[in-house]
Design a protein around this ligand. Structure first.
Ligand code: ANZ
Ligand code: ZN
Length: 801
């Protein structure tokens, strides 16, 4: 019988489809497991070989859990709003809805061809009005709680997409999507107050099981910093408040720096004798991104304010004030005290401008570089703080500042509120009406969903308004409060909206009365295991945690965190270790692999390719190896011994492999789980045939990885029922030990031979076996034995004289 994978795989996919094999049950008395992968953006390129790495991994987990008796939810859907589709639609004059439909159909058939056990009854699409109804509903709840607000602000403006970008979408000063220049532009924007959740987003990380890099990145991104605000005064008698994390270094402040946008500059327009110079520095700074300005290694520039100085509250010393772009207006108070002896950027600035550097923490060599270590230094040149450690000095100086009304402790965050609007067509309309009398008014919930109107052209207007602004029949409406003529909001929501709550919809995807029934949410949540890309750590993952916490606060969900466990897969690279990309011509199409080798080989290969969390280059040779393994598995059918249980010669190998595979799957070590099954196969094929008991256990273990071939063999051999309905295999810890072990035999500490004995051998048996070795006997040479040592399972040492 040949292994006709194309036929076998199609056969089982049809059966699974027809029998709804992987449907999650709505029986809330069962023990549940919710496995989740990030739903894809259905791009025009179709599935990438990177997608199945994540999907197969959690498919393995989902299939294992079903075999373990869980009611498993493993769903899939489409994150389908967004720019690429919209840009394609504009270019080719096809409605984005049609583009989306086509892309989704392609993705879906590709995913089905991989035999992934998704519950397709729960498929969702963020562009479906029945779905975005609830995205809009959540927005309205945020609005009602004051967490969605409009603000005039400088926004990142992509000169090519003609679109406002979130800070996260600006990479090294250019647009993340198209690579064009990003400039600052003033615009009134919808914002979401994610900062109100900053503390909880950090603190609750302690309660979830995320891989460490994810926790670290989120903590850094939120950037909670503990410090103090200190009030300096100017020689004009005004307060100038700075934020510092090192109030202990106050005696080392030799100058002050304010951000170019600091309001005191305008206030001192007439005081400053070099106002024009300051002004032109300000204009130059406005052209740079915060990212460029904050760069540690860049050359320090600045201008000293002439005509005014600052007074340090701890010692009343007068110090110069500079304006420099390395201080950002958007952080802290937009002003700092500069302590060049202990801060790297201040140090460089002081060197550039030839400013004094006063050491206040002893322990480094400040003639060479700033001494920034807080743990080991001792305070010097600091009056009342001299002799203290940094930690002690911080406490003492903050107390002093509080008592003297010169400062107080302060916690700051790097996290900014979320710009929640795009001036584009292909997104969820924001369900707000602007009325001259009533202001921004939410549309009544019974008018949701507010559907995207049909438009002729999807291009944003040249002044950057959304294409919806060109549709009077959409824009002009009446105010839901006073009934007077009013105008609809024309901005749409950003791409990240629909994905911020999609895992909730899977719990009850067809509900028309609520985003999901409470009991469905209570049963399925939290997601037990969520796998996705590292690149989403500070965007989607953080946004969805924020929305979930908000929904918790208003009673929609009952758990504080959406995801109990979060893991992340490494990227799959081209053959030479470069990123796969069209321009490099090294993109591997999953369809080709499935066609040539079959889905089971493709799945196996993607799991075998390397450590799951690390990037891995594609290797065609290694695919062939996986295919050969499956060919050998297929041939096991030819030598089945009609007998249950495991034979003595393979028993311990069976138990060891079951243990290893069971544990490795939980620890994301899919590659070593497969390696263990490969060596088990070697052990089995070295014997005469395979018993039914061994074959069944082997098939169950391999089933989550290679579901089609295992199901087919199971049927061919004549086992009862379907393989996926069986129970996961168990092992006996005691039998995981090798029955025989090789031990070294030493005579007077020198190895003379290696012998194989029963692992359970007693000391006496081991010694007898050792002494019956000819080499050992020869080296003992009839001498008298003075000592005999047996280290169980490892060695025998005989001391002779
Ligand atoms: C004096 C000082 C002495 C500082 C020293 C550091 C070391 P994080 O941890 O990021 O919160 N800073 C404050 N506001 C700033 C702004 N708007 N733009 C640029 N830098 C700013 O860092 C806080 C530290 O960054 C503050 O503590 C301040 O410099 C600087 F040995 O104050 B420090
Ligand atoms: Zn009104």
């Amino acid at each position: 019988m040949t292994y006709d994978f194309a036929k076998i795989e199609k056969k089982w996919q049809d059966i699974w489809d027809k029998e709804n094999t992987f449907a999650a049950k709505n029986d809330y008395s069962l023990k549940k497991y919710y496995a989740l992968v990030e739903f894809p953006y259905p791009s025009g390129q179709g599935l990438h070989v990177g997608h199945p790495r994540s999907y197969t991994a959690l498919d393995i987990v989902a299939r294992k859990r079903r075999l373990e008796g869980y009611n498993v939810l493993y769903p899939m859907g489409w994150d389908a709003f967004g720019l690429p589709t919209e840009n394609f639609a504009i270019k080719n004059h096809i409605h984005p809805e049609i583009v989306t439909e086509k892309n989704v159909a392609r993705f879906k058939s590709q995913l089905k061809s991989l035999g992934l056990s998704f519950d397709w009854n729960r498929e969702i699409n963020t562009t479906d009005p029945g779905y975005y109804h609830w995205t809009q509903w959540i927005f309205l709840q945020l609005f009602k709680k004051g967490l969605a607000y409009k603000k005039e602000m400088a926004v990142n403006w992509c000169t090519s997409c003609k679109c406002v970008l979130a800070n996260e979408e600006v990479v090294n000063g250019v647009c993340e999507r198209c690579g064009s220049e990003v400039v600052h532009k003033k615009k009134s924007q919808w914002m979401l107050k994610i900062t109100a959740y900053a503390d909880r987003l950090i603190d609750d990380l302690d309660d979830v099981d995320y891989i460490n890099p994810v926790k670290i990145q989120q903590r850094n991104w939120i950037g909670r910093s503990h410090g103090a605000e200190v009030t300096f005064t100017t020689t004009q008698g005004d307060d100038l408040v700075i934020y510092t994390t090192r109030p202990d270094t106050l005696f080392g402040a030799t100058y002050m720096v304010i951000a170019p946008e600091h309001p005191i500059i305008e206030k001192y327009k007439d005081v400053l004798t070099n106002y024009d110079e300051v002004k032109s520095y300000q204009d130059a700074a406005a052209k740079k991104s915060d990212f460029e300005r904050a760069e540690v290694n860049k050359d320090k520039t600045g201008v000293q304010l002439q005509g005014v100085r600052a007074i340090n509250p701890v010692n009343n010393k007068e110090i110069p004030i500079f304006v420099s772009d390395y201080v950002l207006m958007s952080y802290g108070t937009g002003a700092i005290m500069a302590v060049p002896a202990h801060d790297t950027r201040d140090y460089e600035f002081a060197k550039t401008f030839d400013l004094p550097i006063i050491e206040v923490v002893a322990g480094g060599d400040i003639t060479k570089e700033a001494f920034t270590d807080c743990a080991t230094g001792t305070m010097v040149n600091s009056g009342m703080l001299d002799g203290l450690s940094v930690e002690e000095a911080k406490v003492k100086i903050v107390d002093w500042l509080k008592e003297n009304g010169k400062g107080e402790p302060k916690v700051n965050f790097k996290l900014r509120d979320w710009v929640f609007a795009r001036q584009r067509y292909w997104g969820e309309p924001i369900p707000i009406v602007h009325c001259e009398h009533c202001g921004a008014v939410p549309i009544p919930e019974d008018q949701l969903p507010l559907k995207l109107p049909e438009v002729e052209s999807y291009e944003p207007t040249q002044d950057g308004e959304s294409p919806l602004a060109n549709l009077p029949e959409f824009v002009n409406t009446t105010c839901p409060v006073c009934g007077r003529p009013a105008k609809r909001e024309t901005d749409t929501m950003p791409q990240w909206a629909g994905s911020s709550w999609y895992f909730l919809r899977y719990c009850d995807p067809h509900n028309v009365n609520a985003l999901a029934a409470k009991e469905a949410l209570d049963y399925w949540l939290p997601v037990d295991w969520y796998n996705g890309g590292m690149e989403h750590t500070t965007l989607h993952l953080l946004y969805s945690r924020f929305w979930h916490k908000f929904l918790y606060d208003i009673g929609v969900v009952s758990c504080k965190e959406p995801y109990q466990k979060r893991t992340s897969h490494g990227m799959i690279l081209g053959e030479n270790g470069e990123k796969m990309s069209k321009s490099r011509g090294n993109v591997v199409n999953p369809d080709d692999i499935v066609k040539e080798y079959g889905a089971d080989t493709m799945r196996l290969y993607e799991m075998f390719i390397g450590d799951f969390e690390k990037a891995a280059p594609w290797s065609s040779a290694s695919i062939k190896g996986c295919k050969r393994f499956l060919d050998r598995v297929w041939n096991l059918q030819n030598s089945v011994i009609d007998q249950d249980g495991y034979r003595k010669e393979v028993e311990s190998e069976m138990h060891k492999t079951i243990k290893k595979v069971s544990e490795d799957i939980e620890n994301l070590k899919f590659n070593t789980a497969l390696a263990a099954m490969m060596s088990l196969l070697n052990v089995i094929t070295a014997t005469d045939g395979i018993t039914k008991g061994e074959l069944k256990a082997f098939l169950i273990m391999l089933n989550p990885f290679a579901p089609h071939i295992t199901e087919e063999i199971y049927q061919q051999v004549g086992f009862e029922g379907m393989l996926n309905q069986q129970s996961w295999v168990t092992y006996d810890e005691a039998k995981c030990k090798d029955s025989q072990v090789e031990i070294a035999v030493q005579v007077n500490g020198k190895i003379r031979d290696k012998i194989v004995i029963d692992a359970e051998s007693s000391k006496e048996d081991a010694l007898n076996a050792a002494k019956s070795s000819e080499k050992v006997a020869a080296s003992m040479d009839g001498k008298q034995i003075v000592k005999e040592i047996y280290v169980s399972g490892k060695l025998v040492n005989i001391v002779v004289k």
